[in-house]
Design a protein around this ligand. Structure first.
Ligand code: GDP
Ligand code: IMO
Ligand code: MG
Length: 448
């Protein structure tokens, strides 16, 4: 198998981390190709919960090489914290050995975080992502490969410090960047990560030529894509399949599979229109938030909740061409009497079946629902037992309660995409794979 892409099919937090962890055992490389530490990818292995922001989620398979790819913006200070956490858990120091930072990735500096803190429109994660990408597009940013040259170029240092301070001033941030601190920061990055900075595109290309398997791990989701999402309430990178190979430094011909990860309902964190949104404090929206623990992995902010939106999933498929859907968090819907699926929008009296481009129009869209019968709530262990039974008796999805199965089959029918795995709990073992499909793997394989 050459390269497989794993993407968020909605507004992020669909469960990409868990899917990557499940596939990593069969893979030699896990590569993040865009975004930065705005991402928060969770992996649950029994009593251990990992929350990864920049380290690719393949880290759990010790034979899997890890790349922070060309298209990323990387915060070295956050990376250091993440690596320290990993070290205290496993005693492993992967940097420079199996974890590599692309020479072409951009550095997130303290300035970018400070500038991002002035955001009042989008509801960003405040991690400096937009400002770091803006510098890259303006061609004034610093890539990892550039750091030694910048340290030796006193004019570039002056120019950069003065630009950063002017920009902080312009958005009312009082803090300033000092010249000495800036140089010290750059030197620290080289001391700490110099060994790990590599031409990763060529390394991945070589691995593919040698028949190795590569996972391309998306962050955020299709509706947060800078070009195709609900602009301006989006992130600052191309989150889609088209950028998966480009942001990793390889060509698109390598891709064989593209998995879209979608919750069995919808969530969104941050601002922006959300047609199927439900009231947060009561009813099914509250049920989803509480049972699904819908709080942001990165910022802890409550996630807004709503019914599954087939209109946005169709658009997401148009952009990404999913070869399979991983439907996550089906367990969370257990205990609701009725389940709704949004099949179209009413925009000022006109029925439409794709998302309008303008966020103003999208905000006026009223969802049109079809209603399905719910299924009972089960305890976490009961869901895991169901998944174990599916594996041991080779039953696939047939172990699901009848009404849950018909909900899943209807999603397949409406989307036209085969569902390859169904999440029924946060734990690695709490998934049901389609028989013989790409997720039909042994979850008991020990990793670290
Ligand atoms: P990511 O950003 O796409 O990797 O997703 P996050 O990790 O931010 O958020 C997904 C959350 O749902 C995490 O807390 C996961 O542990 C959890 N999760 C993933 N799949 C399932 C599932 O099938 N059922 C339940 N109940 N939780 C899940
Ligand atoms: P993962 O990879 C959910 C949202 C923010 C905000 C918008 C822009 O865990 O799915 P940014 O800081 O990127 O400039 O914020 O995008 N956002 C996410 N929402 N999951 C994420 O990542 C997100 N990363 C950014 O809440 O609305
Ligand atoms: Mg997340």
């Amino acid at each position: 198998m050459p390269a497989s892409v794993v993407l968020g099919a909605q507004w992020g937090d669909e469960g990409k981390g868990k899917a990557i962890d499940q596939l990593a055992n069969e893979s030699n490389w896990a590569v993040r190709f865009q975004g930065g530490n705005n991402a928060g990818h969770t992996i649950v292995l029994g009593d251990t919960t990992l929350k990864l922001h920049q380290i690719p989620s393949g880290v759990t398979s010790t034979h899997c090489n890890l790349v922070l790819g060309d298209g990323m913006v990387v915060d070295p200070w956050v990376l250091e914290e993440e690596l320290d956490r990993w070290h205290s858990l496993t005693k492993e120091r992967p940097e420079g050995k199996r974890l590599f930072i692309s020479e072409r990735a951009s550095v997130i500096l303290p300035f970018h975080r400070m500038y991002d803190s002035a955001d009042k429109v989008v509801g960003t994660t405040g991690r400096g992502i937009g400002p770091a990408y803006r510098d890259r597009i303006e061609r004034v940013g610093i890539r990892f490969v550039d750091i030694p040259f910048v340290i030796d170029d006193s004019d570039k240092i002056d120019e950069t410090v003065s630009r950063m301070n002017m920009q902080l001033d312009s958005v009312g941030v009082n803090k300033k960047i000092g010249r000495k601190d800036f140089i010290a920061d750059l030197k620290w990055i080289m001391d700490r990560f110099g060994d790990a900075i590599r031409p990763t595109g060529a390394m991945i290309d070589n691995a593919l030529k040698n028949g190795e398997n590569v996972l391309l791990e998306g962050a955020q989701g299709a509706m947060l894509d800078i070009d195709q999402g609900t602009y301006p309430f989006v992130t600052s990178s191309v989150t889609s399949r088209a950028n998966a190979t480009h942001g990793a430094g390889i060509h698109p011909g390598h891709v064989e599979n593209c998995f879209g990860i979608s919750k069995a309902y919808t969530t969104r964190v941050g601002n922006g229109p959300f047609p199927t949104e439900l009231p947060y404090d009561t009813g099914p929206g509250n049920h989803m938030a509480m049972v699904g623990h819908e709080f942001g992995t990165t910022t802890g902010r409550p996630r807004r909740t709503g019914w599954l939106d087939m209109v946005s999933l169709r658009d997401s498929h148009r952009i990404n061409g999913y070869t399979g859907i991983v439907l996550t968090k089906l367990d969370v819907l257990g205990g609701l009497d009725e389940l709704n699926i949004c099949t179209g929008y009413d925009l000022d009296g006109q029925i439409i079946d794709c998302m309008p481009t303008s966020s103003h129009d999208l905000a006026r869209c009223k969802p049109i629902y079809e209603i399905h019968q719910g299924f009972p709530a089960l305890k976490e262990q009961e869901w895991i037992d169901m998944a174990e039974l599916s594996r041991s008796d080779r039953k696939g999805f047939e172990v699901l309660p009848e009404t849950a199965l018909s909900y899943v089959r209807r999603i397949e029918e409406l989307s036209g995409i085969p569902i390859v795995s169904i999440g029924i709990g946060p734990d690695r073992r709490a998934s049901i794979a389609s028989l013989g499909g790409p997720f039909d793997v042994d979850p008991e394989v020990t990793t670290f």
